[in-house]
Design a protein around this ligand. Sequence first.
Ligand SMILES: [Zn+2]
Length: 413
Amino acid sequence: MSQQERIWIDPAEVERYILELARHGGDGTGVRRLVYSPEWVAAQEQVASWCREVGLEVHRDAVGNVWGRLAGTEGGPSIATGSHIDSQNPGGRYDGALGVIAGILALRALRERYGQPRRTIEVVSLCEEESSRFPAAAFWGSRAITGRATPADTEELRGYGGETMAEAMRAVGLDPARIPEARRSDIDTWIELHIEQGPILEQAGLPVAIVNGLPGIRHYVVRVEGRSDHAGAMPMDLRRDPMAGAAEMISGVIRTAQEMGRPAVTTVGRMLVEPNFPAIVPERVTFTIDVRHANPAQRDRLHAAHEALLRAVAERRGLGLHWEITTDLPPCPADPELVRLLEDVAREQGVPTLTMPSGAVHDTQRMAEIAKVAMIFVQSKDGRSHTPAEYTAPEHAAAGIQVLAAALHRLAY
Ligand SMILES: [Zn+2]
């Protein structure tokens, strides 16, 4: 194929869409848009009306995901793009929202310039990616699409306010019994555009990245047991101090991830000390370890190194050690051919990119259960996200959408 024509996406237009969507749940420079809230309903309505303006057939599925469809002449499975419009509480204007807007603007550009595609292209605005209203319902929208949400779940899942998922769905006119209808088995390719949420692109001075994999994520809850003693009367050499052990374990696992290098990340974000008084050697220290890596083999090495270190410290110090793994999602490699295609079209479009793994988890990880997947990242200012300080320059966003549109063109026309 000869050099592809450049696709023009107007940065000012991207900015206008972002600001317009941010009016729903707007809070300073951020948004609070929790799934099934009035702000979220209004934002989904906005997305639906943009899709109609662009000439897409609009459909709201059983969990409230909004789909816009540009039917192809050939039929067959769809190529889909999109992201989520629910936010952290509060979150930024760009997380998720930009990926939905990107899909709409890419389809508009393609339809205006090239007309009807050969293959069907769809854009979707997914619900409750963030689990900001229902803590155990992350990826609720994409779980429904991939058949991993059930009507029974809606009675179990509770929001921070105590309400069930079923109650929240019914309040916006959705029937939990129909969740299985949201399942899709006719999507074969998925490309999600998202803000990077980290500093890599900014440090490299590049607008866009092609994402070649998403991290596996594992959560450990580690309990270290020692013996409670008087902080003055018990000599150091006779103590079994779980705090001393936990401190050594924590600095050890963090150092291990540091030494392994990017993209390994290990975080200890929560700690519970019992009895938690200044003049008592604690009886027990419990802490979490969040471990992420995009490469399956490296990830196994990281887990093994962490576990060996915990055991060695506990044994040397005579401490009891127990752990529980509460979350364990495998890494999700992107489809290598799709990554190559994205790299190719970016080059043809004159958009400089680098190829990197994602640090964060995304709906794409779920969509990988039914489709070939890849992602496009655009630069995040100062690497900030999940805060109203989140910002992506319009020209960087537009460059990412240009790559998305060119990829959809290559695949569907
Ligand atoms: Zn997101």
